[in-house]
Design a protein around this ligand. Structure first.
Ligand SMILES: Cc1cc2nc3c(=O)[nH]c(=O)nc-3n(C[C@H](O)[C@H](O)[C@H](O)COP(=O)(O)OP(=O)(O)OC[C@H]3O[C@@H](n4cnc5c(N)ncnc54)[C@H](O)[C@@H]3O)c2cc1C
Ligand SMILES: C=Cc1c2[nH]c(c1C)Cc1[nH]c(c(CCC(=O)O)c1C)Cc1[nH]c(c(C)c1CCC(=O)O)Cc1[nH]c(c(C)c1C=C)C2
Length: 520
């Protein structure tokens, strides 16, 4: 519909987004693109949530995520729209990853020949893996009840693969351990493979499991005269990546598109009120925020058509919610277990590291902690992955300590954690002497644990949304911990809000001439 000179596009509605992490920013970005007026509430003094890059003295290091993957077309569309392609940064070495075996970093095989020759697994373990289609145990397969990742994978591949592949992978992607997390919620694709095919091997082949992961990405759509591929068909680069300047660059690009003026920083949302009397209508939501500046706090109430909530479930439970004038109890929201994690950043002169390894990083299995006294979960070779993260003569490492395995270690002091880190790095990569600089970040609630019985959390979130029309939940408490998954979660919530504003699902809430303005 053409607009008269000077006429502004009709505001399609007003939405509050609580939380300026990856999911909240993605949701706000999508809503703005569709012409919705957004207000983003953020308790902290900065945006990004767990996305926090620090640039100082020639180093760039991450408090939270170091990399992400582009595992959904909606992320690709967002990157193209934000012109992020030329800011994407791929690690120098994607594949070289190490797992400690017999106290020594051993490269994880990345192809069939490597698998045959690797010293990471014994011949029996290799045989067990190769004969999985015939040897996997069906005990739990028929039942629908949940199962731990460890028990599931042990049924298919045996305990050595669990100890030296599954255990470090789980630690390195969630800070948890195979016996504590649910297969159905942590690796739903694997769970479905067993349901549909029994053997994971057979299922992966028949379902094109790995091909499907690659196909999810659209070919790149831009003219590039010196490309090897004809323009418009060049496949997207796979694997994990960061951005020039660190992961915070993604958050900053989203904020500049959304508009800084849409953000209320230092504003903790303490309460929500919805007044619909059973009939969702415009401006039926009131958000109460407590803005802190120095020692002073100021309460503010503002009304909206809908709310997207990305705060952790524990924070939501602490909020005061009123529905049609009566208190709405949130005590059905279950307590979520969170993995604590300390991140220790160390910088060294290059000549202090006698056996530097080329690659992504090294993971320490639980068995190696128990048998050989290691105490770290793993270390990213940050400046090897991204050489611009440290001055030419320095090396930057990111070490993770804690998680479900070493809960108490996570909250130790920087000095104690440095001592633990230096001991492990000395044995693994020949670090000598003291680092030139150290940084320490402690995340008390680094990751929600997708434990067995996590259905309770998911069902309670669904109840929250169905009891309170116009409230939509997004973030890493469902759909996955990865940055990419939380972005998709935020984009999905925005799509649901757009449908809600249009009044689909039976209840006509608002009529709009044109709902969606395509994301350019
Ligand atoms: C140390 C670490 C390393 C990681 N590494 C990786 C990695 O390499 N790759 C990867 O893909 N993922 C990684 N992750 C996971 C990923 O970073 C997170 O899962 C994801 O960023 C979470 O995004 P979110 O929007 O769900 O939540 P968050 O980023 O936690 O954002 C929620 C926001 O809500 C705000 N908030 C909470 N309560 C309120 C309130 N009442 N009012 C207002 N605001 C509120 C918070 O301040 C926060 O800013 C890592 C996470 C950590 C902690
Ligand atoms: C040693 C501990 C950790 C390391 N990174 C994290 C922890 C707890 C946090 C983390 N890293 C990734 C994710 C997203 C997981 C996902 O579902 O995609 C999270 C929450 C990325 C990642 N890290 C590793 C893998 C295999 C992935 C998935 C994406 C990719 O393949 O790159 C393994 C890994 N993590 C760490 C190291 C040192 C390492 C491998 C050597 C550190």
């Amino acid at each position: 519909m053409a607009m008269a000179e000077g006429e502004t596009a009709p505001v399609l509605g007003s939405v509050a987004v609580v939380g300026a992490g990856a999911s909240g920013l993605a949701a706000a970005y999508r809503l703005r693109a569709a012409g919705v007026s957004v207000t983003v509430y953020e308790a902290e003094n900065s945006i990004g949530g767990k996305l926090k890059s620090v640039s100082e003295n020639g180093f760039i290091w991450e408090k939270g995520p170091n990399t992400m993957t582009e595992n959904d077309p909606s992320i690709s569309r967002m990157f193209d729209d934000l012109h992020l392609r030329d800011k994407q940064q791929f690690p120098v070495e994607q594949k070289k990853r190490y797992i400690v075996r017999n106290a020594s970093p051993t490269m994880l095989p990345s192809n069939p020949l490597g698998f045959i020759t690797t010293g990471l697994f014994s011949a029996q373990a290799k045989l067990k893996l190769l004969t999985e289609p015939f040897s996997w145990k069906r005990t739990k397969a028929e039942s629908n009840e949940d199962e731990s990742v460890g028990a599931f994978m042990e049924r298919h591949f045996g305990d050595e693969i669990v100890d030296y592949a599954v255990d470090p992978f789980v630690a390195g992607t969630s800070g948890s351990d195979p016996s504590s997390i649910s297969i159905r919620h942590s690796f739903p694709e694997l769970w479905s493979l067993e349901k549909n095919y029994g053997s994971l091997f057979v299922g992966a082949i028949k379902s094109g499991f790995s091909k499907k992961k690659k196909q999810k990405l659209r070919p790149v759509e831009f003219e590039d005269e010196d490309s090897d591929f004809p323009a418009r068909t060049r496949p997207r680069r796979g694997g994990s990546f960061s951005f020039v300047g660190g992961m915070q660059t993604l958050a900053n690009e989203l904020v500049s598109r959304i508009g800084k003026e849409k953000f209320k920083l230092n504003t903790f949302v303490t309460g929500l009120a919805c007044n619909q009397q059973g009939n969702p209508s415009r401006q039926s939501w009131t958000v109460t925020g407590l803005e802190t500046s120095g020692k002073r706090s100021k309460r503010s109430d503002k009304t909206f058509d809908a709310v997207i909530m990305t705060a952790p479930v524990d924070d939501v439970r602490a909020m005061k919610v009123v529905k049609d004038g009566k208190p709405y109890a949130l005590d059905y929201l279950p307590t979520v277990i969170y993995e604590p994690m300390s991140v220790l950043i160390t910088m060294f002169n290059k000549d202090s590291v006698k056996r530097a390894l080329p690659g992504f990083g090294v993971l320490v299995p639980s068995k190696e902690q128990q048998a050989n006294g290691f105490q770290t979960l793993g270390t990213l070779f940050s400046s090897f992955m991204f050489p611009d993260r440290a001055p030419e003569d320095q090396l930057l490492f990111t070490t993770f300590i804690g998680g479900s395995r070493n809960t108490l270690l996570a909250s130790r002091s920087k000095e104690e954690l440095l001592d633990i880190t230096l001991k492990d790095l000395s044995r693994l990569i020949g670090v000598e002497g003291q680092p030139t600089a150290i940084r320490h970040v402690y995340w008390e609630k680094a990751f929600p644990r997708y434990s067995i019985g996590y259905d309770n959390v998911l069902h309670s979130i669904q109840k929250l949304e169905s009891d309170l029309p116009g409230l939509f939940y997004a973030g890493n408490h469902r759909g996955g911990l990865a940055v990419g998954k939380t972005i998709v979660s935020g984009l999905d919530a925005a799509e649901q809000v757009l449908q809600y504003l249009q009044g689909s699902g039976g209840k006509k809430v608002f009529t709009m001439a044109s709902l969606e303005q395509p994301v350019s």
